[in-house]
Write a protein that binds this ligand. Structure first.
Ligand SMILES: Nc1ncnc2c1ncn2[C@@H]1O[C@H](COP(=O)(O)OP(=O)(O)OP(=O)(O)O)[C@@H](O)[C@H]1O
Length: 853
């Protein structure tokens, strides 16, 4: 069956490429082929149970892999940022615990002036001055002899104030020479440098002009702080990694957010994907992705010689810490994505959250450790335990303590131990995985438990989200609103804000009959594909918007029902309620006998849905997307390629099948979204303006496809602005105005019912007499009594006159007489079309207003 379908498809595709102008004949061929195709589909045995679960898991995993693969530039950029930051920050921290020595020589200060004064006459003193001159010349310094006391010169010379670091006073007496060195107390290390200069010239005087002494200032290792003498580098390393980790972790919200915003997630659930499959496959792939930057960080540790994390198989421990952090933080990012409605905002805010939560939690931890001794023990425990809710805190603690533990053991095993270290056994022999103060066991366990908790929270939210939403939107918000209204009424004396929800208006006979039918035999009709009773949708904004008002309807198998209406009349709101995108405010909806409010998950696997905006995954090709949805529905693998090929063909998409969706035109995207909605085995298919942006040939093709699908027993609900489309497709339709059905019935019925009307268009010459227009209106109203609706534009009157008992001849006779009487320039009378019925009913408010004026 399948291979036959593919051959059939390709030959037809070739025909179409031969001539662009044969679109209509192609459409007819398609009609023949699709009717066979849809019949063949009804014989496919869809997978269920475990095979379906595996198939769905596979398709969800493939989707994630494609997202990462196709966004490789973004991923690469992220990896580079992570490696760069980690490498750079670890360099700043300088982990070689011994600080580098600083040379104590004058050239460190640039070119300086070295003033000296000499008194007395001694060959030795002269030799020393000579050596001083040689030494300073070699170091590019200026030697300057001053007369009198050098101290006075230093005090009085402005130049010396800025450029003198060292000054000499040499006093030769009978049996001794007195050297006095003055050093600039404002400059760092000037005392040591001055002595180094003196030592050098004395050494040169003793050994010879080539002798020299290099003096360096080399600090001791940094003292180690804390009650139990714990090095501080661990915390610094954790802080260095925190930014990289924040960037990586928050990137896992990207795909989830994209799918949520484009409604692709909703459509995947509508296509039957299990909640568990959706999230577990996402988590599995994201953890695999998370391991890549972690491996790179191990490389950075090796390069920066952070031995604690790599030597002696410690890279395995480090990897375990990283992966446990991933397990915990990735579900948290998924949860975070529930809060936002923009991908960029979510990414930035979650990155900030991850980074700041590390910095803040470590700061709190440090403050409590050093200054919290006055706090009662239970308060200390409570603070540190509450911080353990944060994945970033647990991760930072694991990294810090793991590093500190290794370093203490390393330092204590040296022959000469650092004086500040406490190398008692209690600190050196403790296992790093212990629950003691230096151990990381409790943080690892916290990461594992919190990860599981976040994952369960996601699943709980997904399972109970619908009920929560119903509770919030139908119980809490209306009550809060009522209270607000009462307060408002008391304060302002007004009572008009809610009044829009309780307007009682007379109803069309057919609409009323449908309601009566629904109310009378609701128990037997509930098993039909779609059953709605008194469906209402209220948006609690200011002012309150009643988007859908008490509509009742039954749609049977093989029926295509059209919702026709102008913009903002409640078509999409109705569809959103019927597909579980939004909860109903009041009323009852049954799909296949299942109550939508009580069992939304069961409902989702029985509907197909094409929303108004295309719920597509732009990084996939059309074929990949349809393959994914076919797998979600459980189409068996041997049939799946032919199945998808037939959908591509029936939607005229086979030439674009292997192009990325982001390159598709609006019309092609619409066709692909429609194909997604028609796939699988839903009982009811909802198509919200499916033909928007399609060319006429493709619209024709779509109509054929929908007609054929209807014949297989599915019910289709379609919203449209086009009467032509509804007339061609729908077995019944309703025209919606202000959230209500204005009329309901088959296109023929509506034409018959509203067709006993003539449309009269007349142009009155108002230049001669402006009152003629008004007079002519009154004349029409009295001559053709009944339901006359007027529209007026610049002297042209457009109105409907009842055709009951008035023949064409009589109408023309009356109008010929009126032509002279009312200065008619021209007029025409014709039979009303469905479009005019639609426009008349849809515009009824505007016309009523016009009529009053
Ligand atoms: N989420 C919402 N919050 C508040 N008001 C809303 C919301 N969604 C729809 N509405 C309001 O409900 C009314 C009906 O909107 P709806 O989207 O159902 O119109 P529509 O008939 O589908 O129009 P269109 O043909 O343009 O899609 C409008 O007044 C709209 O502003």
């Amino acid at each position: 069956m399948s291979s036959h379908a593919i051959q059939h498809t390709s030959s037809k595709g070739k025909n179409r490429r031969l001539s662009k102008n044969k679109n209509m004949s192609v459409a007819r061929n398609v009609s023949r082929s699709t009717s066979n195709t849809w019949n063949q589909f009804s014989t496919i045995r869809f997978n269920t149970g475990f095979p379906l679960y595996c198939q769905q898991f596979r398709s969800m995993l493939v989707k994630r892999v494609l997202f990462s693969w196709r966004n490789w530039k973004l991923m690469l950029l992220q990896l580079l940022v992570i490696v760069f930051f980690a490498t750079y920050l670890l360099k700043i921290v300088d982990l070689t615990e011994e600080l580098s020595p600083r040379k104590m020589d004058l050239s460190q200060y640039g070119r300086t002036i070295v003033p000296y004064s000499i008194s007395g006459n001694s060959p030795m003193a002269l030799n020393i001055i000579k050596n001083l001159e040689t030494f300073l010349k070699f170091n590019n310094q200026e030697l300057r002899e001053v007369q009198g006391n050098v101290t006075n010169y230093v005090l009085e010379s402005k130049e010396c104030h800025n450029f003198c670091i060292v000054a000499f006073s040499i006093k030769a007496e009978q049996d001794k020479i007195i050297f006095t060195i003055l050093f600039n107390n404002d400059a760092y290390h000037s005392a040591a440098t001055s002595l180094a200069v003196l030592d050098n010239i004395l050494f040169m005087s003793l050994i010879g002009p080539n002798a020299s002494i290099t003096v360096s200032n080399k600090p001791q290792p940094l003292p180690l702080y804390g009650s139990n003498v714990v090095p501080t580098n661990g915390i610094q390393i954790a802080l260095c990694l925190s930014f990289s980790m924040a960037v990586v972790a928050s990137s896992f919200c990207l795909q989830t957010m994209t799918e949520k915003i484009s409604k692709a997630k909703h459509i995947q659930f509508v296509s039957g994907v299990y909640i568990l499959t959706y999230w577990l496959s996402a988590l599995l792939w994201d953890l695999i992705c998370f391991s890549i930057p972690c491996c790179l960080l191990l490389g950075v540790f090796t390069y920066r010689k952070v031995d604690a994390f790599v030597l002696d198989y410690h890279f395995l421990d480090t990897m375990m810490i990283f992966m446990l952090y991933g397990w915990c933080v990735v579900p948290l990012m998924y949860l975070g994505s529930f809060l936002f409605s923009s991908v960029a905002v979510a990414y930035i805010k979650l990155t900030l959250f991850n980074y700041l939560s590390t910095v803040v939690s470590i700061s709190i931890h440090t403050i409590v450790q050093h200054y919290g001794k006055d706090l009662p023990p239970f308060a200390q425990t409570m603070i540190s335990n509450s911080l353990m809710v944060l994945p970033s805190y647990n991760f930072a603690m694991c990294i810090s303590k793991f590093f500190d533990n290794y370093e203490i053991k390393k330092q204590c095993s040296k022959k000469f131990q650092i004086v500040y270290l406490d190398c008692r056994n209690v600190f050196t022999e403790k296992n790093v995985y212990s629950f003691e103060e230096h151990g990381i066991a409790k943080f690892l366990i916290a990461l594992a438990i919190m990860g599981l908790f976040f994952l369960l929270l996601i699943l709980c939210l997904e399972f109970s989200f619908w009920n929560l939403k119903i509770f919030l939107l139908n119980k809490i918000i209306p009550n809060v609103f009522q209270i607000f209204m009462r307060v408002n009424k008391v304060n302002t004396g007004r009572n008009d804000i809610m009044s829009s929800t309780v307007i009682e208006e007379s109803e069309d006979e057919d609409v009323e009959n449908e309601r009566k039918k629904v109310l009378a035999v609701s128990h037997t009709l509930q098993n039909t594909p779609l059953f709605l009773k008194e469906l209402t949708k209220i948006y609690y904004k200011c002012p309150v918007i009643t988007a859908v008002r008490n509509i009742s309807l039954v749609v049977k198998k093989s029926e295509c029902f059209g919702l026709l209406g102008l913009q903002e009349v409640g078509k999409t709101a109705t569809i959103k309620m019927l597909t579980g995108e939004e909860p109903i405010s009041s009323g009852v909806v049954f799909i296949d006998g299942i109550n939508i409010t009580e069992n939304i998950r069961e409902i989702r696997s029985r509907i197909g849905y094409c929303p108004q905006s295309d719920p597509l995954l732009n990084y996939m090709t059309g074929r990949e997307l349809l393959l994914m949805y076919a797998r979600l529905w459980g189409v068996p693998e041997p049939d799946i390629y032919a199945y998808v090929e037939d959908f591509l063909y029936s939607m005229h998409l086979e030439t674009h099948a292997d192009n990325f969706i982001h390159t598709y035109s609006k019309g092609s995207k619409r066709r692909l979204s429609t194909a997604v909605a028609l796939m699988g085995r839903p009982s009811v298919i909802f198509l919200d303006e499916p033909s928007t942006g399609m060319d006429p040939a493709t619209q024709h093709l779509l109509r054929d496809t929908i007609t054929q699908i209807c014949k297989t027993g599915k019910a289709i609900i379609i919203t449209s602005h086009s009467t032509e489309e509804c007339e061609a497709l729908c077995t019944r339709l309703a025209i919606m105005v202000k959230g209500r059905f204005m009329c309901l019935g088959s296109p023929q019925h509506l034409k018959k019912k509203f067709g006993n009307v003539y449309t009269l268009k007349a142009k009155v010459d108002v230049k001669k007499d402006e009152n003629k227009l008004k007079d002519f209106k009154e004349f029409i109203a009295t001559t053709f009594p009944g339901n006359i609706k007027f529209q007026r534009f610049h002297g042209i009157i457009d109105c409907f006159i009842p055709s009951n008992e008035i023949s064409w001849g009589k109408v023309f006779h009356i109008l010929e007489d009126a032509k002279l009487l009312f200065n008619l320039e021209d007029y025409s009378v014709s039979q009303i079309t469905l479009e005019q019925i639609f426009l008349t009913l849809a515009n009824i408010d505007k016309m009523e207003t016009d009529e009053k004026t």
